[in-house]
Design a protein around this ligand. Sequence first.
Ligand code: G4P
Length: 556
Amino acid sequence: QSDTEGPDSTEGGSVAVTTTTKGLSAEAERRRTFAVISHPDAGKSTLTEALALHAKKISEAGAVHGKAGRKSTVSDWMEMEKARGISVSSTALQFNYHSSETPDEQINVINLVDTPGHSDFSEDTYRVLTAVDAAVMLIDAAKGLEPQTLKLFQVCRHRGIPVITVINKWDRPGQTPLELLDEISERIGLTPTPLYWPVGIAGDFRGLLRRGEDGEAREYVRFTRTAGGAKIAPEEVMDADAALAKEGSEWETAAEESELLSATGQDHDQEMFLAGQTSPVIFASAMLNFGVRQILDTLVELAPPPRGREDLSGKPREVTDPFSAVVFKVQAGMDTAHRDRLAFMRIVSGVFERGMVVTHAQTGKPFTTKYAQTVFGRERSTVESAFPGDVVGLVNATALAPGHTLYTEKKVEFPPIPSFAPEHFSILRAESAGKYKQFRRAVDQLDSEGVVQILRNDIRGDASPVMAAVGPMQFEVVAARMKAEFNVEAKMEPLGYALARRTDAASEVELNRQRGVEVFTRSDGVLLALVSDKWRLQYIQKELPDLTLEPLVAAA
Ligand code: G4P
């Protein structure tokens, strides 16, 4: 098994980068990098297939994602994953797309970064959102906003990621469109600004009214079903008079509602959208392929292209600067035959060419990128070059961890990815004391990769650190990897705390005296107070208001 670390003497070496500044900014400008945020079952996999179908990446929907009966491309990197039939890995799907709104010669490049979509949520899900420029919030028309969607939305808001709302499953009975919009504005304070309004109630999806400025109907897009939704749904585009003749009162209702939205100020405003105050809304049926082209066109027209990023000192690294990238995820054991480790990076600036030697900012060491891949489901392909906004997986990049920076020429280090508020805690021990050394190494490795957060304090000692995670599945990953890679059976014991707050040395002693509270040091040096439940927390905050107990990012 080869290692890509260190300069490579046999082949490759530094590749001459010929792309001009103008070429680079054009490559960045035509890219859109986004993720779909949703609650399980809202239709994320179905939508991914439909998007890929529209991009002609695959000929029939169903070839990308696999549920029972469909061809499976879900990664099977771990037995655990197979057993549950879910995908814990996040990968990126890239395809070219030509929007009907843009000139013939303009081809956009879409990067869809996959978020793990099961209820057993993990820190990875949040980290993926640090790699995208926009998010599509997918909502089930019958269920409205669901818990996981809300959590992911909070991360988008925190990071200032603009959100496009897609109301899915409009082919099935659900709430009224106005009720759904009210729910969005009341529960998350985001003003929904529909771009397309449904003609026909939920369960009788006929087409979409395209709203112009001031809510007047620009056109009507009428859809025709195809067998099983396996092909792109044919569209018929007509003006308002033709739409009225065709759909009668259904059209009148839609047109009236659209005007009503304008009266309440629910029209698209690009600045407000980019500032995260409003969200364009599209009604769709991922299953029938209705509204899918409209989602892609909206991404191309409204979502922001990749931009430069500020480094640790606040200095901008522009997309046209020399190569730089941020690692946002490390995935080990994706290929059981090779036990390899992939570090996924998002390119921030410059051009990436496979084989180029980059510098790992955290260690200052050179790093050869001979094995660069894109991964989607089971498909892997070698990446020869990539541009800002693209996601590339580096094979066997052992030193890389989430938040790390890679660069060439001009030194740069980007701010680390924040640790997200853990909600699950468990003591970790080695089954046998004789394995302590391997255990210790395993803990350090998994900690540095960000698989879980490792907490320690003097009372518990080094032999039984505490793992903290956003989702309990992270613990299973630890157990599986300890066994497979370090040959250590891990013992876990849930710890009865439910939340974590940031604290400081001045508050530590007093907090440790409280019932239901224990202070730990996380490996990045941050002091965390674990608290048994929110009532205990409220009580302490009331009784001892001088103690530091600050919420962490994405605190539930
Ligand atoms: P997820 O990845 O967000 O978890 O959702 P997924 O795409 O797997 O969709 C969940 C279920 O919702 C699937 O049904 C899927 O077919 C259905 N679905 C998705 N989009 C639509 C839509 O626009 N309209 C309708 N009517 N259904 C939709 P399932 O019964 O769980 O699976 P399957 O037997 O259909 O494959």
